[in-house]
Ligand binder design. Structure first.
Ligand code: ADP
Ligand code: MG
Length: 691
């Protein structure tokens, strides 16, 4: 038997077990060994019932008096029981797990792990998990036991036994990484075999932690190396150098309708320098909502036009593309006027291409013949029949809304044998830790400064049930000043989902309260033209109160809208809430954001963070900690981003692995000597590519 032997060869695996294991992709001995514990339960630390304090506890005892209670309300079943040890007794409760009543042998001892808390005036152990004491003793002599993910499909005790039988196989596990040199001191395990062995059979928490560190380090090293290789490969491509012309850019900047912020100047400078080089730029422009990313992109596009090359700007929605088109048309028109007819430079001829564009064919011909310098559009830009004359710069707004495949499509439209410069823009910042790991040395420009005069947005959590009435006078006051309001509700896409109130009902309700106010509705099921019409009416203040789903989330700019109310706010991620809030406070008036909640308990950490902070970078870090990268960047990276072992909080490991990978990559030939590593890295490269 070796690591690649099929699981059927493992002692104790019959056809039935094998089928179950194969169903969750555990097919070989190696697969079983690499299936690592999710957490560890430390049964050395049980608490006597007489000493219990609220919080997570482990009790060793017997259970009796089990019975199931059914409540008519919400069809809930409650299973109750009493756990006893030598020092006392405690009530225990499970919700909707009626099988619990039959699960236990009242004569045997179990470890019960759960939350000890005060509920309805009584202390109880809520929804504990239970393990036979005897089972723990037979597999983990130390009483420190690995817990495998529920996904492993077979009973935990069975899993322990299988792994236990594989002990002799561990010696055959080769090292993956060139870890002898460069490995940081605090990674204590000597080899991969040792680390894997200790993570399955730890003698102590310290053992398990240092095993985890070894494996986490390995994972981070691979991820960072993959990102660095991506960058290296990107640098082998050629692109069209677009030399910087100081006089031109200075002149444009002088005639802008406002003074650039320091951050905008820095970012523009970084981008224009990248454009000069014959290697493709791959830069991410991160800037909070309203930080002024568009103008930076416009200056880059102007630089391309100066050299008679084309620029494409891809936006996720027609509304946003149209707004960019209108803003930029106005900007370039005014600049042209300021420069005067005798200026030695020309500015971009600009066009809009969305699904709704009427003269598509004509427009595409103009793009193909080079009669347009700067095309702004939606997915319509990506079709096969959209061809460019000389595309040298691609700008992707709200880049996280596009998948790898979509971005690739655009990038392939540059002249043969060249790659366009790529500027990705996002208001959902990628936290530093993630930049380093997943995106390697991605070049990042930050707009960490808002244009002057912006009013802070006051954010407040309100209970929809008890505090909704408080909102109306505030809304009335604002409407009286002829300002505008967004009301965001959650709409159910599937028929039988959640209790959120749909847009129409909400609009009707509000119309009754504000009979004279013009209310518009906007949701994803509307046709693009209908949406655009409503949005335009809102921009022009023909609609004062816009009741909408999150389709307004991205980019649009209505400076006269100064209040946003978000219903069912607990159902949104932080990044999305922050984006929504960014719809207001774009003018010179004070703005406010109300987060309505329907829950009865304390508002979630997410919402409280929203109340405390308007800093998108801070919120992104918090979001990452709460939800993990796969959730946030999932759509972009096929959800494969979640680290298996390492955590983005492993900052010391991350920076060490980064240094180590940088050293290793200097001699890329080395990778050939580590075929298993090379294979794994290839996979990582595919999921982390940003171009
Ligand atoms: P975002 O980064 O969210 O895409 P925009 O580029 O849409 O931000 O800019 C938001 C608003 O701020 C626009 O109306 C824009 O004209 C304005 N703006 C941008 N830069 C400045 C500046 N330096 N000073 C004043 N206003 C600015
Ligand atoms: Mg924008």
């Amino acid at each position: 038997m070796d690591l690649s032997s099929p699981i059927e060869e493992v002692k104790g695996v019959g056809p039935k077990t094998a089928a179950l294991l194969r169903r969750v992709n555990l097919c070989t001995v190696g697969d079983l060994i690499y299936c690592l514990p999710r957490i560890y339960e430390n049964y050395q630390t049980t608490t006597n019932i007489e000493d219990l304090h609220p919080g997570k506890v482990i009790i060793r005892g017997k259970i009796s008096d089990l019975h199931v209670v059914r409540t008519s309300r919400k069809r809930l079943t409650i299973t109750q029981g009493v756990i006893r040890d030598n020092t006392g007794a405690v009530r225990t409760v499970w919700f909707n797990q009626p099988y619990r009543a039959k699960q236990f042998d009242e004569k045997r001892e179990y470890y019960f792990t759960g939350k000890y808390e005060l509920k309805n005036g009584r202390y109880q152990l809520t929804s504990p998990s239970a393990t036979l004491v005897q089972d723990v003793e037979s597999t983990a002599s130390s009483g420190f036991q690995p817990i495998y993910s529920a996904k492993s499909a077979i009973k935990p005790q069975m899993f322990h036994k299988l792994i236990d039988g594989l002990r002799p196989q561990f010696a055959k596990i080769p090292d993956l990484l060139p870890l002898t040199k460069g490995k940081p001191d605090f990674v204590k395990q000597g080899s991969r075999a040792e680390a894997l062995y200790n993570s399955h059979f730890p003698e102590s928490p310290a053992d398990a932690e240092s095993a985890r560190e070894y494996l986490a380090y390995e994972e981070l090293f691979e991820l960072i190396l993959a990102a660095k290789l991506n960058k290296q490969e990107n640098q082998r491509l050629k692109s069209i150098p677009l030399p910087f012309q100081a006089e031109f850019t200075q002149c444009l900047v002088k005639y802008l309708p406002f003074r650039l912020t320091g951050a905008q100047r820095r970012a523009t400078w970084e981008i224009l320098q990248d454009l000069e080089r014959p290697l493709p730029m791959n830069r991410l422009l991160q800037g909070d909502v309203g930080s002024g990313k568009t103008i930076v992109a416009a200056l880059a596009a102007a630089q391309a036009t100066l050299h008679n090359y084309q620029t494409a700007l891809l936006a996720p929605t027609a509304i946003l593309a149209t707004q960019h088109f209108e803003d930029l048309s106005r900007l370039f028109r005014n600049l042209e006027r300021a420069l005067g007819p005798n200026a030695p430079w020309r500015l971009p001829r600009i066009a809009l291409l969305t699904g709704a564009t009427s003269n598509k064919r004509q427009l595409k011909a103009a793009v193909k013949n080079g009669e347009v310098d700067f095309v702004i559009g939606t997915h319509a830009l990506l079709t096969d029949d959209t061809n460019f004359y000389s595309l040298a710069l691609c700008i992707i707004d709200e880049q996280h809304r596009f998948g790898v495949g979509q971005r690739q499509k655009l990038l392939l439209k540059s002249p043969e044998n060249t790659a366009p410069h790529l500027l990705s823009m996002t208001a959902t910042p990628i936290p530093r830790s993630l930049q380093l790991t997943v995106f390697g040395d991605l070049d990042v420009s930050m707009l960490n400064e808002l244009p002057p005069g912006r009013q802070p947005i006051v954010t407040k959590i309100l209970s929809e049930i008890s505090q909704r009435e408080e909102l109306y006078p505030k809304m009335r006051e604002l409407l009286k000043k002829n300002q505008q309001i967004y009301w965001i509700c959650q709409v159910i896409e599937e028929k039988n989902a959640s209790t959120a109130t749909p847009v129409k009902i909400q609009a009707k309700k509000l119309q009754e309260i504000f009979p004279k106010v013009k209310i518009g509705i906007l949701h994803g099921k509307m046709k693009p033209e209908e949406k655009d019409k409503i949005m335009n009416d809102f921009v022009e203040n023909k609609i004062q109160l816009l009741v909408s789903t999150t389709v307004v989330e991205v980019g649009v700019n209505v400076p006269n809208a100064n209040m946003i109310i978000i219903q069912d706010s607990e159902n949104y991620g932080l990044a999305q809430l922050h984006q929504l809030r960014g719809r207001v406070g774009r003018g010179d008036q004070p703005a406010s954001c109300f987060l309505l909640t329907t829950g009865e308990g304390k508002p979630s950490k997410r919402l409280r963070e929203m109340e405390k902070s308007t800093d998108g970078f801070h919120l992104a870090e918090v979001d990452l900690k709460i939800r993990g990268p796969g959730e946030i960047y999932g759509s972009m990276q096929h959800g494969e981003l979640n680290l298996q072992i390492a955590s983005l909080n492993d900052t010391a490991l991350i920076s060490q692995a980064g240094l180590h990978a940088a050293q290793f990559i200097k001699d890329a030939e080395k990778l050939a000597a580590y075929p298993e590593l090379a294979r794994r890295i290839k996979r990582y490269q595919q999921i982390t590519t940003l171009n």
